[in-house]
Design a protein around this ligand. Structure first.
Ligand code: SF4
Length: 438
């Protein structure tokens, strides 16, 4: 069969994710499916970097779908189905809302695809696709093949890698606790090592949601990676600040940057959103520890919780400065359909779904906040982003001067970070619909 695997577009130029636009966050999940599609001719299209090959003839089209790309995905699916291709959807949105996705697809994979993909291919070839393929038990990470990187439009200088899946935490706003792959699992450290060793890129990005859920595993992985002399960025919880040894191992093994979920400057919001693992009083110490090891810190912060008042914007800016973040991504609370928080807001009549799914990308108010209007929430976040951008930009030369050794060894990384630092971030530009091809 001729198979096309698609990730719809995530980023919009000038939008709130603009700082990430110079870096391809390669969809390795599609590379994994490609690796599981032996005997078939596979093409992978990443909507952020590749044109969608509407003119090609494909027997089966697989689309990975998030809530904010669902409208795009349905449009893409409708076009391929009109040409006679069968379409199968997977990812967070189809796992949460399979019936909705079936209105635009022939089949849906609920949960992880590794153990059922072979069945999907066999049924598609036999012309007998079922509606739902349940991924079943959580995939053993050692059953996951290495992605077909030869089919991915990868960065020449940075590779995405995955060591673990899942997260034991249960933050109220996160879709992860609601999907079958939330259970924490780890790959054999030797396999992670071999994969990182084999990729040509010197910079690695770990796509893991929470690599630190088992600190002993994280520690052993960092020790193993140290001789490779590659550098890497990952997502880390604030709790690593309580463990100076793990931070030391991270730095020694090449960690130069973390994305850290501080989430809020408001202790009441930590409670409201069940972010039990965070303690605001520790934030400054944690950032200082990472800085001592020359690790840059991008803070992830969310605004719009029911416990947030109109002062949350000023509190957020003040905290980001006080704890000396190097950069921050400010997001607006977004209730994904299929999650508990969505159900709560639906019951309370607070959803603004008429705004369209493309506005569910954490940059727009798609619900009525408790203590302000949606417009006030969006305007407040936009002005906080602008204020912080100026602050981070002024710190940029010093950040680079302190890290001149690795900057000389990794100039592409420095250019990407510099471009991000000077980029405009405008939350009023949501993800747009896929243009109609002529
Ligand atoms: S810690 Fe992160 S990945 Fe885990 S539940 Fe919370 S938001 Fe989701």
């Amino acid at each position: 069969m001729k198979i096309l695997l698609i990730k719809p577009r995530w980023f919009v130029k000038g939008g709130v994710y603009r700082p990430l636009e110079n870096i391809k966050f390669t969809p390795i999940s599609l590379g994994i499916l490609a690796a599981l599609s032996g005997g078939h001719e596979v093409t992978v299209a990443d909507g952020d970097w590749d044109p969608i090959p509407y003119h090609g003839d494909f027997d089966l089209v697989g689309i990975t779908v998030s809530t904010f790309t669902s409208e795009q995905a349905y449009d893409i699916a409708d076009r391929f189905r009109a040409k006679g291709a069968k379409v199968v959807m997977g990812g967070p949105h189809p796992s949460l809302l399979p019936e909705e996705c079936l209105a635009h697809s022939d089949a849906v994979v609920v949960g992880e695809a590794e153990y059922v993909w072979g069945m999907v291919l066999a049924d598609a070839r036999a012309g007998s696709l079922k509606k739902i393929y349940n991924g079943g038990r959580p995939v053993d990470m050692d059953d996951v093949p290495e992605p077909r990187r030869d089919l991915l439009n990868d960065n020449s200088w940075m590779a995405s890698v995955q060591a673990t899946r899942g997260c034991p935490n249960k933050c109220l706003y996160c879709y992860l606790p609601e999907v079958p792959w939330h259970i924490y699992r780890k790959r054999d450290i030797n396999r992670v090592y071999e994969e990182i060793k084999s990729v040509k890129q010197k910079v690695v990005f770990f796509v893991d949601d929470n690599l630190f859920a088992d600190p002993a595993y994280a520690m052993a992985l960092f020790e193993k990676l140290t001789p490779l002399k590659k550098i890497y960025s990952l997502q880390a919880p604030t709790t690593i600040g309580r463990d100076p040894v793990i931070v030391e191992k991270m730095a020694a093994s090449g960690c130069f940057h973390v994305q850290m979920g501080f989430q809020t400057a408001n202790p009441d919001s930590l409670k409201w959103a069940a972010i039990d693992h965070n303690n605001i009083a520790e934030y400054k110490k944690t950032v200082a520890l990472l800085h001592r090891h020359k690790i840059l810190v991008t803070g992830f912060l969310m605004l719009g919780f029911d416990t947030d008042g109109r002062d949350i914007f000023e509190r957020t800016v003040r905290m980001a400065r006080e704890i000396e973040l190097d950069d921050a991504n400010l997001y607006i609370l977004t209730p994904y359909p299929g999650t508990k928080i969505y159900e709560q807001f639906r019951r309370e009549g607070r959803l603004l779904e008429g705004k369209g799914r493309h506005n569910f990308g954490w940059a727009n108010a798609v619900f009525k906040p408790k203590n302000m209007t949606p417009e006030e929430l969006e305007a407040g976040v936009q002005s906080a982003i602008q204020e912080l951008s100026g602050y981070f930009r002024n710190k940029l030369p010093l950040r680079f001067a302190e890290r001149f050794t690795w900057i000389f060894r990794h100039p592409r990384m420095m250019l990407a970070m510099a471009a991000g630092g000077f980029a405009k971030r405008d939350i009023s530009r949501p993800i747009t619909q896929e243009p109609v091809p002529h």
